[in-house]
Design a protein around this ligand. Structure first.
Ligand code: HPA
Length: 278
């Protein structure tokens, strides 16, 4: 038997959510490492643990709760992924992207992807927020290899505007309105789970990357493929390997995320209110 198509998988997943809530989200938000606190701001939230969704594992990465939440953020209907699925956990590229496709199926037209990332730019301290204006998919994988699900998106998707210029402008406006400094740059996505070597960080700089992490790129590709407007924010939690010479640790990543959490939340909430006022 051949593997199920994305449409078939979503036909299984959607009813499992709809059994709990009929909320139709305008925005889908993927909360990266240490950034899950935004979910506490939801009102009337219905939480669905990943393990209750057919075919999904409990999220295992530290700092990732592993729940889908549907509710209102400042009055705007949203769906949040508190925690995500990663390639480094051994998940297939197809499973990694199912959460964003499910958000889209539930009704979200705008998908916000957030992550913790290493800084490639030497002048960016830990705590820098970066609007993702483009990406390098260096995972060596694509979730769209195989028979194309024509009902969902084209065989050869255009990625010129995978990071929506229109929606980027809303995020810039949100940053200005909240007095939050928002840098801009290119996110390089690798599989992890190792952090990079200093030579790899120099290579990434030469390739045009400004930040590096272990998520996001595959999700952005399928969200765009499926017709969503995609926007992304990286929180630079540490200078990339070799920049200071200090070893990197997940504790450092989570501590920087906690420190930046209120700025991040203010930014995303303002953005969501703008989409809601649409
Ligand atoms: N590299 C890759 N992923 C990361 C980093 C890093 O330096 N920091 C947080 N996530």
């Amino acid at each position: 038997m051949s593997a199920p198509t994305f449409s078939q998988r979503l036909d299984e997943l959607e009813p499992a959510v709809r059994a709990r809530t009929d909320l139709v989200p305008q925005v889908g938000i993927v909360l990266g490492s240490g950034l899950g606190g935004l979910a506490d701001a939801l009102t009337d939230a219905v939480a669905v643990p990943f393990a209750d969704l057919p075919g999904w594992p409990a999220a295992s990465a530290p700092g990732h709760a592993g729940r889908l939440l549907l509710g209102h953020l400042d009055g705007v209907p949203v769906v949040c992924l508190q925690g995500r699925l990663h390639l480094y956990e051994g998940h297939s590229e197809r499973l990694v992207v199912e959460p964003v496709l499910l958000m889209r199926r539930l009704g979200a037209q705008v998908i916000v992807l957030s992550n913790a990332a290493g800084g490639i730019r030497v002048d960016w301290p830990a705590g820098t927020l970066m609007l993702i204006t483009d990406h390098l998919n260096l995972t060596g994988r694509s979730p769209l290899i195989g028979a194309n699900d024509d009902a969902m998106g084209p065989r050869f998707p255009d990625l010129t505007h995978v990071w929506s210029p229109r929606v980027n402008d809303l995020m810039r406006r949100a940053a200005t309105a909240e007095g939050v400094n928002l840098e801009e740059g290119v996110y390089a996505g690798l599989t992890g789970p190792t952090y990079e070597t200093p030579a790899e960080v120099r290579m990434l700089r030469a390739l045009g990357a400004d930040a590096v992490g272990m998520s996001t790129v595959l999700e952005a590709i399928v969200a765009r493929w499926a017709g969503a407007d995609v926007v992304g924010v990286s929180l630079v939690t540490n200078p990339g390997a070799g920049i200071t010479g200090d070893p990197l640790s997940h504790e450092e990543v989570l501590a920087a995320a906690a420190e930046a959490s209120s700025r991040f939340q203010a930014l995303i909430r303002n953005f969501v209110r703008q989409v809601g006022a649409g």
